[in-house]
Design a protein around this ligand. Sequence first.
Ligand code: ADP
Length: 396
Amino acid sequence: MNILVINAGSSSLKYQLMDPETGVVSAKGLCERIYIDGRLTHKVGDKKVVKEIAMPSHSEAIAAVLDILVDPVDGVIKSTDEIDAVGHRVLHGGMKFSDSCIIDDQVIKAIEACIPLGPLHNPANLMGIRACQAVMPKTPQVAVFDTAFHMTMPPKAYRYAIPTEYFENDDIRRYGFHGTSHKFIARRAAELMGTKNFKLVNCHLGNGSSMSAVMDGKCQDTSMGLSPLAGVPMGTRCGDIDACVVQFLCNKYNMSVDECLTMLNKKSGVLGMSGVSSDFRDLEDGASKGNEACQLALDKFAYECAKYVGAYAAAMNGIDMLTFTAGVGENGSAVRAAICDYLGFLGIQIDPEKNDVHGKEALISTPDSKVQVWVIPTNEELMIAQDTAELVNAAK
Ligand code: ADP
């Protein structure tokens, strides 16, 4: 089976053509500068092709992707008929979607209705969906929501302690993101444990970071909120913050709320604290040369991540497995060690030699650690392809 996985952003669009059973990616790439001029980077194995192609909208970007996939030289299929289905990453499913689903007019309307909750991403995701529908009307399309995995949270986890009317009238609550990744890791973790019945805390630590508490395969709590700004500090996002900070800064600097939120989303986190970089490798480099701001940013990150693990252990009355994934979680052995350093009280012990692992699945805890600690590489595209194949096969 060939599934085309699409992740459409406001001016970019990532794609992968893959087999959902084997996970083999036959081609992948990126359209950039949509609405500006347009550039396609296409990769098949080690071969990379870059083409300047006019992309006045997402439709031309999708058309360019399909053209190169069937290109006699750079392509991997003879005709677009060989694409069995398209899986779209959609940021916000609001309260309407607790699972992936086949896209029809109703689903499109529901994704549109979630635009106020995901104002930056949902419109772009919809443009990707509409562009695919226009050029391949007979091919089934599936929406896979970043929020869906977290819909099993109980009200005490997802409700904010504000007047109920804002929940009832406006759907203001915790949603959580990176759900496709948390779901992928929860499934793999269950395979490794040989059971679904255990308590897992998953640390998805990348440029954006989120933590999830998962019990018996179901999400119980997660660190991001109504938007991806909440939770642990991130590359450029501040994470949890007192809402009065916004009021103070807007008043003092005559900023609009939007300007203040742009600062909290794009200039904060470890970038804002260090003044150096959002990339953890640069921070480690800076800290090793004596840059105290870099060290403080790293300390703050590990401290807040460890606090979430402790909180989730309390929420679930225990923890059996701790997993690290995404760019920092998979590669940052020093970050993992710094987080686990706080967690001895839970019986968590990692082996420094085993922890010297980068981008590979590995058990990094000691044999007598009360909690198994694993590094598990995430694969959101594969999860999207698998959900898409499952739904399309079931509908046949
Ligand atoms: P995104 O959230 O954009 O998908 P990724 O999950 O790809 O991000 O993570 C990217 C981040 O991973 C980089 O910003 C970098 O900080 C971090 N990273 C990559 N390699 C290492 C490493 N060896 N050590 C520490 N951090 C790393």
